[in-house]
Design a protein around this ligand. Structure first.
Ligand code: UDP
Length: 239
């Protein structure tokens, strides 16, 4: 089979929870290494330029902090710091298997990683480094989905790949309803109007405004990232 490029540059969004693996909390390094293998394999075989946004929900969510009596903005800062931890873990995993990476944080932390500089990030990607964008948008009251949408637009990505627990968007939760059907394609507007909750609304509307398609696929199938990059995997395309 050919390795012709369907996508030249994409952003991959992983939730923080994906990094927990079988644990109930935190970072499970074997799982990070599995993702790293998947990512570096896909890069080797397609030569795609890849950037990564990882959530923080496996460590801390601003809403949970606020529910616990913390000031929301303050709690959101903590949530953003959680995404930096995840970014560093994924950097470590990717570099263990020889994939060059750079972490850029929306909250400057110069002794730990680079600050976010758009043109520099583009340059890294041109040099085939995986750029991991940490700290979301850098602002409270946002999510890493929106951070991912923002970076995908700024990096001129051709698509945002959203890795989830299931291989697309279904009419109902396929784990609870055996007759749930997977949508092959959806429009942005449909996702918003029907509140399909694959991604938060501000992220979907930014992707709509910038005409960047969203590919929803499963993280759990081996080789799934490579398949969707080649345009042959199981997924739901939102465009
Ligand atoms: N967060 C934020 N601004 C952003 C991105 C994230 O304040 O631009 C905070 C927010 O508190 C959020 C937490 O970081 O709950 C973790 O991000 P998210 O919930 O998006 O992670 P995921 O669900 O993808 O694991």
């Amino acid at each position: 089979h050919s390795s012709e490029l369907v996508y030249k540059r994409v952003l991959l969004k992983l939730s923080g929870e994906a990094l927990m693996g079988p644990s109930e909390f935190g970072i499970h390094m074997p799982t990070c290494l599995q993702f790293a293998e998947e990512i570096s394999g896909a890069i080797r075989q397609t030569n795609v330029e890849l950037c990564l946004v990882i959530g923080g929900g496996n460590i801390f969510r601003g809403l949970a902090g606020a529910a616990n009596g913390m000031d929301r903005s303050q709690a959101d800062s903590m949530g953003m710091l959680a995404t930096v931890m995840n970014a560093l873990a994924m950097q470590s995993a990717l570099e263990q298997i020889g994939t060059p990476t750079r972490v850029q944080s929306a909250i400057p932390m110069d002794t730990v990683c680079e600050p976010y500089i758009r043109r520099r990030a583009i340059r890294h990607m041109e040099k085939k480094r995986v750029v991991i964008f940490a700290a979301g948008t850098g602002n409270p009251y946002f999510t890493t989905d929106t951070g991912a949408a923002l970076r995908a637009a700024e990096m001129n990505c051709e698509a945002m790949f959203k890795g989830t627990q299931v291989d697309g968007v279904y009419s109902a939760d396929p784990k609870k309803h055996a007759d749930a059907e997977r949508y092959e394609k959806l429009g942005y507007q449909e996702v918003l109007a029907r509140d399909l909750r694959v991604m938060d609304a501000s992220a979907v509307s930014l992707m709509r405004d910038t005409s960047i398609p969203i590919v929803v696929f499963s993280l759990h199938k081996k080789g799934a990232l490579l398949d969707v990059l080649r345009g042959v995997g199981t997924s739901t395309l939102i465009s």
